[in-house]
Design a protein. Structure first.
Length: 523
């Protein structure tokens, strides 16, 4: 290959990185050999998986720079049969003729907590990135959690989302929609996350608007490993299944066949630690990840075992491959085994699943309520006694598309058999990049401790928003020893604030925090 061509391709990849890192987000810069740029999966102390997608069935090469010299591995492209357009609506939108190949290479024998440069060569193009292996259990880490990005191409061509006014807000006349569209909000959220240089990022469900629409997944990777940004090329990305990942779109809907079609796309893109499930179809749908001093236990809350009862999170879905989460189910028994092991191993134990147990929004009202959505997260409360028993520190969910923190208290069982009071913090981190809802009228969440809609009052000067309000954002979790040497987890509710001029036009962005910082001591 001519040296000038190598330099051109390296510079192109470097430009994509530089633009995303410094907040200049290009729309037309992309490497043509890659349908999805290389991104990081399944982190371990001594290993990392690098995944990328191409349109051609040609092997690529992953090269990782180590102190002992470069490690070179060749990919074996696999036909990604699941990444097809929605087959149920050809009369409305003809399916595209497109073939994608997945490249998945796991590099092993690495050193814990170490940063390595890597490059992927695909034909005449070279992509450069960096990875860091899982830190040791005594190393500080920074984790990011958010949900409900719900990407779709239309996000940049439709008006910004409805922006319900909080109680007592004195907004300018006509200000009923958010200041920017969802594409811009999500891009800015990701750019701020990348600037904080986290070790790990988790999206707690509803990554895309419609799980069965391939173009919505294309849009997701455009944000995370593509022309808009490449956070996932530098930071391992984990996720949970949301109801939108189970929705096939027009024609397929929430049918069992449609949900299986949609979730197969999710499982093609992601690689998680093996949960040992008896059914092959349940592997990857829930998992445990030990990361430094933290354990994250991820559950699949897609659908309960008893259809259209209080134990069901989706009244529209029945018979799909989603595993049950109720007591006696394999997923519940898995959690029952993993919780005490995680508590023994880690300073902090976090649990994540999409459907929030406690919330003020439309998906938290109980069965029988006039506004019951048929997708209430209240069904997940069946897990509360188990989570309290084993001293879970915090639970991260989404679904209501609010920014909210709730608490629930009970008793934790100690190793000596005694019990002590324990409180779990429950977060709805559903402000990733989609709706910015208000609470459901006529419904109260008795466990609520903070709700951005009501507890971050908007301050306006004419057409200019000065402070407050609910905005796109994420939860930053910093785990490290405090000044006294004791370990603690600092949970920071972060939002990206749109700075406006006197005419109400957005001129810049700032990282801000809601006044609800939580400090958890190590147990």
């Amino acid at each position: 290959m001519p040296r000038s061509l190598v330099l051109r391709c390296v510079s192109l990849a470097s430009l994509v990185w530089a633009c995303s890192f410094f907040g200049v987000l290009p729309t037309g810069v992309f490497a043509s050999e890659f349908e999805v740029l290389p991104y990081l999966q399944n982190p371990a102390a001594d290993a990392m998986t690098v995944v990328w997608f191409t349109a051609k069935e040609l092997p690529g090469t992953l090269e990782v720079a180590t102190p002992d010299g470069p490690v070179r591995l060749t990919s074996q492209p696999e036909l990604a049969e699941t990444l097809q357009d929605n087959p149920w609506k050809p009369e409305f939108e003809p399916a595209r003729e497109r073939t994608l190949y997945r490249h998945r290479v796991r590099v092993t024998g690495l050193t814990p907590g170490t940063r390595y440069g890597y490059k992927v060569s695909q034909q005449e193009e070279i992509f450069e990135g960096a990875l860091q292996t899982t830190p040791a259990a005594n190393s500080p880490v920074r984790l990011i959690f958010y949900s409900d990005s719900e990407t779709e191409p239309e996000s940049s061509t439709t008006p910004p989302v409805d922006w319900p006014a909080p109680p007592g807000a004195k907004r300018p006349e006509g200000r009923t929609r958010y200041l920017v569209d969802q594409t811009e909000g999500y891009r800015r959220n990701l750019a701020e996350i990348e600037r904080r240089e986290p070790h790990l990022v988790s999206i707690v469900g509803d990554l895309v608007e419609t799980g069965g629409e391939q173009r919505d997944w294309d849009e997701f990777w455009r944000h995370n490993a593509g022309e808009y940004g490449r956070l996932a090329s530098r930071v391992p990305l984990i996720a949970a299944l949301g109801n939108h990942e189970n929705y096939a779109g027009a024609g397929g809907g929430y049918t069992a066949k449609g949900a299986n079609f949609a979730t197969a796309k999710y499982l093609t893109y992601f690689e998680f630690p093996n949960n040992g499930a008896e059914r092959r179809e349940h592997v990857g749908r829930y998992y445990r990840l030990d990361y430094g001093p933290v354990t994250v236990l991820c559950l699949d809350s897609s659908d309960g075992g008893k259809h259209q009862t209080e134990q069901d999170t989706n009244f529209n879905l029945s018979g799909s491959l989603a595993p049950d989460y109720n007591p006696g189910s394999e997923q519940y028994q898995w959690l029952e085994r993993e919780l005490p092991a995680a508590r023994k191993r880690s300073r902090f134990v976090f649990v994540q699943f999409h459907h929030t147990m406690f919330g003020s929004g439309p998906h938290s009202v109980p069965l029988g309520h006039k506004n019951f959505s048929g997708q209430s997260g209240r069904a997940m409360r069946v897990l509360l006694p188990l989570l309290l028993k084993h001293g879970v520190d915090a639970v991260f969910s989404g679904h209501d598309e609010l920014w909210e923190r709730s608490e629930a208290s009970g008793e934790r069982l100690l190793p000596d058999g005694s019990k002590r009071p324990h409180t779990i913090h429950f977060y709805d981190v559903g402000a990733g990049g989609d709706g910015l809802r208000g609470p459901m009228e006529g419904h109260e969440n008795p466990g609520r401790k903070f709700l951005a809609h009501q507890d971050a009052p908007e301050v306006w000067e004419g057409l200019r928003l000065v402070s407050g309000g609910k905005h796109y954002g994420h939860l930053e979790v910093n785990v490290a020893p405090g000044e006294d040497g004791r370990w603690r987890a600092e949970l920071l509710p972060v939002y990206v604030f749109p700075v406006t001029d006197s005419e109400g036009r957005v001129t810049g962005w700032e990282r801000r925090q809601y006044d609800d910082v939580v400090i958890l001591p190590a147990q």
